[in-house]
Ligand binder design. Structure first.
Ligand code: ADP
Length: 239
């Protein structure tokens, strides 16, 4: 294995009274790897992703992107994309404008941004819907727009924070299909999800967190057959 694309070292976070929300979280990610983070609600999954994305500052610890310490680098300079649970689309913009937005922000020429947006829309199978506003789309379609938007700047890593938890099973399947396709194209991804069958099928590694600590990390098969009763019970409940 070469140098990891991402290295997280001793990440700690506390908000009030030094109560640790994350307590010494370390892991690394190889290029092309898909890592799924699972764990009970409130264990620190979103906090971890937000710090990796630069939306929240760690109390201590470091984040390296290749050789570069990015711990204090602004989100837009991290070459990452982030997809949230709640889509976070701009309601007054069309699908095309939403996908173009990060490109226009980066001063990409309009014609080129439009062309790139159209390519991304094709990738997530939304090419017929470019002129619609988000409210005229299903939740699954909206989430696919936010994936296309996250891909527009060709990020080196894509983070997903429970991308299907607001969707019914049919729309969940639509979105998982897109993520599966990205995995088959060797996109480097960290995915927070409760979709355990999907995690088993798509991930190279699963990280299990509890109360701000990584309690187990390994291949999907290792996690699904773990001796750790709490991990087994948690995974079992989600299947
Ligand atoms: P998860 O994504 O695993 O459900 P989170 O990372 O969202 O967990 O939250 C971890 C813990 O941090 C929770 O106990 C949550 O209440 C707490 N927390 C998150 N954001 C803040 C904040 N801004 N101020 C104080 N506590 C927070």
């Amino acid at each position: 294995m070469g140098q990891p694309i991402l290295e997280v070292e001793h990440l700690k976070k506390s908000y009030v009274n030094n109560v640790p929300i994350l307590d010494d979280v370390s892991f690394s990610l190889q290029k092309g790897e898909v890592v799924v983070i699972v764990g009970p609600s409130g264990c620190g999954k979103s906090t971890t992703l937000f710090m990796l994305a630069g939306l929240s500052d760690p109390t201590s610890g470091s984040i390296y992107f290749g050789d570069k310490n990015v711990t204090k680098v602004a989100p837009e300079d991290r070459e990452i994309g982030l997809v949230f649970q709640n889509y976070a689309l701009y309601p007054h913009m069309t699908v095309e404008e939403n996908i173009m937005f990060p490109l226009i922000n980066r001063k990409v020429k309009k014609a080129e941004a439009r062309e790139r947006a159209n390519e991304m829309a094709k990738l997530v199978q939304l090419d017929g819907l470019l002129k619609r506003k988000p409210k005229a789309l299903s939740g699954g379609q909206q989430q696919r727009v936010s994936i296309a938007r996250a891909l527009a700047l060709q990020p080196k890593i894509l983070y997903f924070d429970e991308p299907t938890s607001a969707l019914d099973p049919e729309l969940t399947a639509e979105v998982l299909k897109v993520i599966r396709q990205l995995a088959s194209e060797h996109m480097t991804m960290i995915i927070v999800t409760h979709e355990m069958q999907f995690a088993r099928e798509v991930s190279d590694r699963i990280i299990f967190m509890e109360q701000g600590v990584i309690v187990e990390e390994g291949s999907p098969e290792a996690l699904f057959t773990t001796e750790n009763a709490r991990v087994r019970e948690f995974i079992g409940k989600l299947q």
